[in-house]
Design a protein around this ligand. Structure first.
Ligand code: SF4
Ligand code: SF4
Length: 341
């Protein structure tokens, strides 16, 4: 079935029949990581992951269930010895396949990288600040990864914003132009079991506003900034404690559990890893992916301060500006080789 027909069929199921379809899946493939970032608890979690055989089956089940895009993250997904086979299977199943990495293991995994539709590389600012958060030498590794990957696939720079690196927003935007990379800014988050206590790094409400104003200003000059103006403007005008049942951040309907889900390293399927400590979930060791997804309820959160994956929710809610933004980004992402060479 062509991609268009697949999308049309799944769109009809979702919007026409009111069925749930796991279009977007984020998969935490492993808790293992080769580095230790100050705000991250993932490498300290229990080491548990689906084996290769089951992971490959899950990718088949995802395609069968209607998944369009899988994002493989961790931990560091490139520490998995079977990562090449997993990406290959995802691509054979016609899934848009993205991988999130700190960059250190990229060069020895180029065959894997070349198969991807895009790679997300973390960079928190200039060397001093990046190495402070992620360990000595990690800045050089990330920069090398951006340089190497941008020869082969679209690169997305992912920046975690804290109260210390907010002045790096311009620096990262300039880098994105230099390498033809897209860029995403993500405020540091307190996430059950995934983050450390981030109180010391958190942006205040005023800081966050200042960051959003800066990103909005840059967005007018740099088309590679991935965040939509709709999201940025709604965040700028948001009351700090605004909440609305079933809405992410109180600003957009949340489709997690309806059109997207996240798989934890142990194989449990959740609407969103921010509620993985409270939500009942089935595990892929014993259950088919579709069954595990359908076990989830529609999002009923009343308190949400989660800023990641928010763009999905705007697309799925047919917000025109964020959809046009997505189309432009897809066009921009094809320019990577031209700019890097
Ligand atoms: S943030 Fe990413 S790279 Fe850093 S320790 Fe956590 S999983 Fe590893
Ligand atoms: S916590 Fe997760 S599932 Fe709940 S509203 Fe926020 S983004 Fe959606």
């Amino acid at each position: 079935m062509t991609d268009f027909l697949k999308l049309a069929k799944n769109g009809f199921k979702l919007y026409g029949l009111g069925q749930r379809v796991p279009l977007f899946v984020l998969w935490l493939l492993t808790n293992r990581c080769n580095i230790r970032c100050v705000y991250c608890n993932i490498p300290y979690r229990e080491y548990k992951e689906l084996d290769t055989k089951r992971s490959l089956e899950v990718l088949d089940e995802m395609a069968e269930a209607g998944t369009v895009r899988v994002g493989m993250y961790g931990g560091e997904p490139l520490v998995r010895k079977d990562i090449y086979a997993l990406v290959k299977r995802a691509k054979e199943n016609g899934l848009i396949t993205h991988l999130y990495t700190n960059g250190a293991l990229v060069e020895r995994n180029l065959d894997t990288i070349k198969q991807l539709d895009g790679v997300f590389i973390s960079l928190d600012g200039p060397e001093e600040i990046h190495d402070k958060y992620r360990g000595k030498g990690t800045f050089q590794e990330a920069m090398r990864a951006i340089e190497v990957c941008s020869k082969y696939v679209p690169v997305f720079i992912m920046t975690v914003l804290t109260n210390e690196n907010k002045s790096s927003i311009q620096y990262i935007s300039d880098l994105s132009s230099r390498y033809g990379a897209l860029v995403n800014y993500q405020p540091v988050l307190q996430v059950p079991s995934l983050s450390t206590d981030v109180t010391d790094y958190k942006l205040s409400h005023e800081d966050l506003k200042e960051c959003i104003e800066k990103i909005l200003e840059l967005k007018n000059k740099n088309p590679r900034i991935a965040l939509s103006k709709t999201y940025l403007k709604r965040m700028l005008n948001r009351e700090p404690n605004l909440q609305k049942k079933g809405h992410q951040l109180g600003i957009v309907k949340c489709w997690n559990g309806t059109a997207s889900c996240q798989i934890d390293a142990d194989g449990s399927v959740h609407s969103c890893l921010h509620i993985n400590d409270t939500e009942k979930a089935l595990n892929l060791e014993e259950n088919n992916f579709k069954e595990a997804f359908e076990y989830l309820g529609h999002c009923s959160c009343t308190t949400c301060n989660v800023t990641c994956s928010v763009e999905y929710n705007f697309w799925l809610s047919f917000n025109p500006e964020s959809i046009i933004n997505l189309v432009k980004l897809m066009a921009q992402s094809k320019n990577y080789q031209k700019v890097a060479s």
